[in-house]
Design a protein around this ligand. Structure first.
Ligand code: GLU
Ligand code: ZN
Length: 494
């Protein structure tokens, strides 16, 4: 029998969640769902100076927004809690005491300056510049003498002297030579446990079977393998070594690693800009994985269905915001008009184009306008510029305004003459329908004035919608209604 899969997503709550992090969450989730395993969400908040509640809230929100659920973790609970490391201090103290007792650690009294000085010398002499093992074999008397000096000490892990090789689930065999993995610090001088201790400790205690995480953590893996070995021998956790898989780097513009500073790197950008969870999740999945056969459009469930770690690509993935946006547009076009209307409303109310909450008849107009704009939309927030004219001048909405550049270009003398002809042809129109409006305008402007369609309808479009680019004109006029349409044609000529 193969053991049940347990994977984890374990971010530190610092700053705004970034897309690389969410990609990691997504791949872990997909693997858990694919295998019928367990997705554990753990918060690595052991750095009180950097962690924030705001960031913690944003993390939970971003996962939920994307549509990722977790089986164990914050607000859900589980048998291996608590799931916030800030609440696990006693556990770490206990583990460190056991490691000390079994001889896996030693106190290191070197000061930062001493370490830096020796590192510099080693570098100059072309030697390895990692920790040199200075305190590894201090005699009890030497250690006592340092203590008597009042020197604080950190706790270092005694690395076994060996090379480290593992079969990475994504990258295949990876080896680090012993010389690249010096003894490392587990506990600060003030007693605070570090990532180096708490992360593998919790993976062991929480029965994590597969560690899927970003390639930036590759070099920490040898240390974690060694610590897992020690934990197994002192009876912490099941003793099973988790398998490791390192997801490819995500590159931004200019083939540099996508950094926290890039605006596209932050999750909140996508929600603000009106990406759909479905669209962003779809694109994040493509950062290192695809279901094969050139399929690039799929849902979370389809991803979970098809996801195999062995299909994760080890090569760096390029974050292509254009492609991400285009996929989002494709997702927008899968939504029916009611759904899309509901999703657009918050963007319109946030932008002040509609009052919050909108009136019933405003929703009706929006619902009717949505099929006219969905073809041209790639993000929900684009609706603001497309439908604002339908509600302008209504109570709680902004005043109607012409785009000054578009008006200057199109409402010249000929444009004004066109608007006057348009208005007189429409004033007598019996029924205000798209077809009748189009018929009347064609007869007046194309047959009557002899204009080409583009020249004829451009000024009308600007007068009605305020812009040169808008949803289809005749439909828009029907939605806007006779009175307001005629009033806009009139005021544009005034
Ligand atoms: N808290 C670590 C980080 O955010 C987790 C690393 C890991 O997945 O092991 O980088
Ligand atoms: Zn030392």
């Amino acid at each position: 029998m193969t053991e049940a899969v347990r994977v984890r997503f374990c971010p530190s709550p610092t700053g705004d969640p970034h897309v690389g992090m969410l990609r990691t969450a997504l791949f872990n989730w997909a693997y858990a769902r694919h295998t019928g395993g367990t997705f554990v969400f753990r918060i690595e908040d052991t750095d009180a100076a950097r962690d924030s509640q705001e960031s913690y809230d944003a993390l939970l929100h971003s996962l939920r927004w994307l549509g990722l659920d977790w089986d164990e973790g914050p607000e859900v609970g589980g048998d291996y809690g608590p799931y916030r490391q800030s609440e696990r201090g006693d556990i770490y103290r206990d583990v460190i005491a056991k490691l000390d007792e079994a001889g896996y650690t030693y106190p290191c009294f070197c000061t930062t300056e001493e370490l830096a000085e020796r590192r510099e010398i080693a570098r100059k002499e072309g030697r390895n510049s990692g920790y040199d093992g200075h305190c590894r074999d201090l005699t009890p008397e030497e250690a006592e003498a340092y203590r008597a000096e009042g020197r604080p000490s950190v706790t270092r892990f005694r690395m076994p002297d060996q090379d480290w090789t593992w079969d990475d689930l994504v990258r295949g065999e990876v080896t680090f030579g012993a010389e690249h993995v010096p003894d490392f610090v587990l506990v600060r001088a003030n007693g605070d446990p570090l990532y180096t201790l708490v992360n593998p400790t919790d993976d062991a205690l929480m029965g994590i079977t597969h560690v899927l995480r970003g390639e930036d953590l590759l070099s920490s893996t040898p240390r974690q393998l060694a610590l897992h070995g020690a934990l197994a021998r002192i009876g912490v956790g099941s003793g099973e070594m988790p398998k490791f898989g390192h997801l490819p780097y995500v590159m931004g513009e200019g083939n540099k690693k996508l950094s926290k500073r890039d605006p596209e790197a932050s999750f909140s950008h996508y929600e603000k800009a009106g990406f759909l969870p479905e669209g962003l999740a779809n694109y994040l999945a493509l950062l290192g994985w695809s279901p094969g056969n050139d399929v690039e459009f799929f849902s979370l469930l389809q991803m979970a269905d098809a996801f195999e770690i062995s299909n994760v690509n080890a090569n760096p993935a390029r974050f292509d915001i254009k492609k991400c946006t285009a996929i989002n547009g494709d997702w927008i076009r899968t939504l029916d008009a009611d759904d899309l209307t509901t999703r657009i409303v918050p963007y319109l109310t946030d932008a002040g184009v509609l009052p919050a909450p909108p009136a019933e008849d405003q929703l009706k107009v929006l619902r009717a306008a949505v099929p006219l704009i969905s073809e041209r939309m790639e993000t929900l927030s684009q609706a603001v510029g497309m439908v604002g004219f339908l509600f302008a001048d209504e109570p709680g909405c902004p005043r109607f305004e012409l785009d000054p550049d578009d008006a200057a270009k199109l409402l010249d003398d000929q444009g004004i003459a066109t608007l006057e002809a348009a208005r007189s042809s429409l004033e007598s129109l019996e029924s205000w329908t798209t077809e009748d409006i189009e018929f009347a305008l064609r007869r007046a402007l194309i047959d009557g004035l002899g204009l080409k369609p583009r020249v004829a309808f451009g000024p009308v479009r600007v007068a009605i919608t305020g812009r040169r680019v808008s949803p289809p004109l005749f439909e828009s006029m029907e939605l806007l209604g006779r009175e307001r349409s005629l009033a806009r044609l009139a005021s544009a000529t005034a």
